[in-house]
Design a protein around this ligand. Structure first.
Ligand SMILES: [Zn+2]
Length: 137
């Protein structure tokens, strides 16, 4: 497992729209936006529903589970602060609720498979938990 405690990593760029997402992670909850009109789940955070364009949205706790759709191993990170952790895996997880999230996959790569079940595992860097994922069966 990667040691995230002994490196200084840049945190996320938090906007007024995404603030509730990052705040909920600090409370230990993985929340997504949900549309009050069509009930569609939404990720990334935004000002309107991508399904019906309503601006009436709420935050709701999600399952934190999904399936690994694709992944890649990063050997040369775009930001040099991540170099100490390389190589590491990033992947696209299709959440049970529907949206996809680009995230770190913490498990050993020999466990990876198309549509492998994964669940959220929050990793804290600095004072901000990040929603990384890990394989489970
Ligand atoms: Zn909608």
């Amino acid at each position: 497992m990667t040691d995230f405690q002994n490196v200084s990593l840049p945190g996320p760029t938090i906007t007024p729209i995404s603030q509730p997402f990052w705040d909920s992670l600090k409370q230990g909850a993985f929340t997504l936006q949900r549309c009050n009109i069509c009930e569609g789940w939404i990720f990334y955070p935004r000002a309107h529903c991508p399904h019906c364009f309503s601006q009436s949205l709420r935050w709701e706790e999600a399952s934190g589970r999904g399936r690994l759709k694709t992944w890649s191993i990063v050997h040369r990170p775009g930001n040099p602060a991540w170099q100490k952790l390389a190589p590491y895996a990033v992947g696209v997880v299709e959440l049970e609720e529907g949206p996809s999230i680009l995230t770190h996959i913490l498990s050993d790569t020999h466990q990876f498979d198309y549509l492998q079940k994964v669940k959220v595992n929050m990793i804290t860097t600095g004072d901000q938990p990040l929603p990384f994922f890990e394989v489970y069966s």
